[in-house]
Design a protein around this ligand. Structure first.
Ligand code: ZN
Length: 282
């Protein structure tokens, strides 16, 4: 059905002080928002997520929701992104997607979602040594999006290539002052020997960059995936308290995997954009 105000021309006639002219029709922004949303790469199972349907049943979750809403409402007049940190299933991705969706829909901005491991996999798979630019077709929208969500940072298997690729993406966005939001299961503790720490997973250089770009928000709560069918907030609170008591901060698997990997000890904090290309070597 064509738009009743502009007949799908994108311009609607108005009359002001007896003078007729045309202005941009609201349906255009709405349609642009819909198109951009379709290109945003938000996974199906998160497409329903909004800030309004996020359940905040404790102080840390409320604080996270308030900060997420503040960014979504103020965009594009926002200088710092968000780093949502917490155990699996507390709703980090829900909130990040909610901000992304609201920003795209209300402003028509270009917003992109990527699971960090998927992104690295795609970059790797598109690399063609004979055409060295191929991977840039994947990288460009990631680096130039008005808002980027990088989900599950730190879960990727580390290597020199991974580190350099991540540095390229993050530093390019930082230098261009583009907003980025991250989620991570890893704790931001200043201990680079603890395999469960963010620092161990991503290194000093990346961590200090992230602190320059983002406000860090710790989310503490239950794993919503453990909630019984037709369960409610009470179940979440019970699960959250059980989780707190057992205080097993991270899945053992992640720790073992991380421990098995060798970290190179030297990080000099310089040479931001040294990227070797899509070569997935090392
Ligand atoms: Zn219209």
């Amino acid at each position: 059905m064509p738009c009743e105000f502009c007949d799908d021309t994108g311009w609607k006639p108005i009359e002001e002080n007896g003078i007729r002219r045309v202005v941009r029709c609201d349906c255009r922004r709405a349609r642009l928002g819909q198109e951009r949303l379709a290109e945003s790469n938000i996974p199906k199972r998160y497409q329903h997520c909004t800030i309004a349907n996020f359940t905040a049943y404790n102080e840390s979750l409320e604080r996270a929701a308030v900060q997420a809403a503040a960014i979504a409402d103020a965009f594009p007049v926002v200088s710092r992104g968000l780093f949502l940190e917490g155990q699996p299933g507390v709703g980090k991705t829900h909130l990040a997607v909610a901000v992304l969706k609201q920003v795209i829909q209300s402003t028509g901005a270009r917003g992109v979602f990527y699971d960090t491991r998927d992104l690295l996999r795609v970059i790797r798979s598109t690399y063609d040594p004979s055409i060295r630019t191929t991977e840039l077709e994947v990288l460009r929208p990631v680096m130039t999006a008005d808002l980027l969500v990088l989900d599950d940072l730190g879960a990727e298997k580390t290597s020199e290539w991974v580190e350099e690729t991540m540095n390229l993406i993050v530093n390019t966005r930082y230098n261009e002052r583009r907003l980025t939001m991250f989620t991570s299961n890893y704790e931001d503790i200043p201990d680079d020997t603890d395999p469960n720490s963010l620092l161990f997973r991503i290194g000093h250089r990346m961590r200090s960059r992230l602190h320059e770009m983002c406000d860090f928000v710790v989310m503490d709560g239950a794993d919503y995936r453990e909630m019984p069918v037709n369960g409610g907030v009470d179940d979440l609170i019970t699960l959250w308290k059980t989780r707190k008591r057992s205080s097993q901060p991270l899945p053992a698997r992640a720790g073992r995997q991380a421990r098995a990997q060798l970290r190179e000890p030297v990080r000099d904090g310089k040479a931001d954009l040294k990227w070797p290309g899509g070569r997935a070597g090392s």
